[in-house]
Design a protein around this ligand. Sequence first.
Ligand SMILES: C[S@@+](CC[C@H](N)C(=O)[O-])C[C@H]1O[C@@H](n2cnc3c(N)ncnc32)[C@H](O)[C@@H]1O
Length: 333
Amino acid sequence: MTTARFEPFFARLAKTRAGAWAAPLRRLTHERLHPARHGDLPAWLAALAGLPAIAAGEVRLDAACVSVAPQATIDAAARAALHAGLAALHPWRKGPFCVHGVTLDAEWRSDWKWSRLAEAIAPLDGRLVLDVGCGNGYYGYRALGAGAALVLGIDPTLRFVLQFLAVNRYFGEDRLAVLPVADRDLPAVDAAGAFDSVFSMGVLYHRRDAAAHLARLLQALRHGGQLVLETLVLDDPAPDSGADRVLYPPGRYARMRNVHAIPGTTALAHWVAAAGFRRIDVVDITRTTSAEQRSTDWMRFESLDKCLAPDDPTRTVEGHPAPARALLLAERP
Ligand SMILES: C[S@@+](CC[C@H](N)C(=O)[O-])C[C@H]1O[C@@H](n2cnc3c(N)ncnc32)[C@H](O)[C@@H]1O
């Protein structure tokens, strides 16, 4: 039973300040991973079940490539089964992972984003972390590698949950889970004040109601806890406007259908302040490049280079400013 794999994590969660969330999250996880919930789920579960047993190896969570290295030679059949099982969960958006000799080069060099934030955020030692929209859990592993005590990752995209279960079969990490849950599903039972750090990276612009998303992040944090917010911003405000401008793409943005708003950094800071945060600090703005986000063998669909104007890489194909991402830190009072 797939959900049984989360039991050691739930047992740990139950003993934390967020313990009241363990039972409702277990119930939601069980419902969402029912094979009838998604047409592809039976195939993904079969891929998971077909992954070969390999003896535990040496795990490195503090390296760019989150890795587990074999202790002994792995035979060719097991290596091929491992590769096939992971490939069945294509596309891999976040990584890299190095799993028993298979280098999973994902669409994003997620280690670059981690490098940008690692020195800027409050040290994670011993912290209880919530990662909202965590993808396959890459950053959760890095947070553990940086000393976090427990990381609850949530992401409603089932494929990413299955990717986590696949790699975690070999990392054997029960201080991290990626649960099939959206921000709006976070339990109503009171875990307010529970988390020391809350990450929301690459999610805000996908939320129609940005204020509601920020309110949930605030509520999950303990007083004095840190918000780590990463989102698309305008680092190229139009000449007749300032950093308080907000772009509401009328159609697609960089070919994405579900981008609702891209603020300038001043507007973004206002939103975060209005949600009740203080000590707001934009610590990094980085224009996304085709070196950081690109097609690979593990993500064979189109990537950033096809979303930018062929004659002007500072614009998207729709004529908007090209993607730039801000990293904003803030505190719950
Ligand atoms: C652009 S990805 C960012 C992934 C990762 N946090 C990162 O920074 O690389 C956005 C993620 O948010 C997830 N997502 C979308 N809607 C969400 C929601 N309402 N609550 C939580 N996660 C959501 C998507 O499934 C996707 O994995």
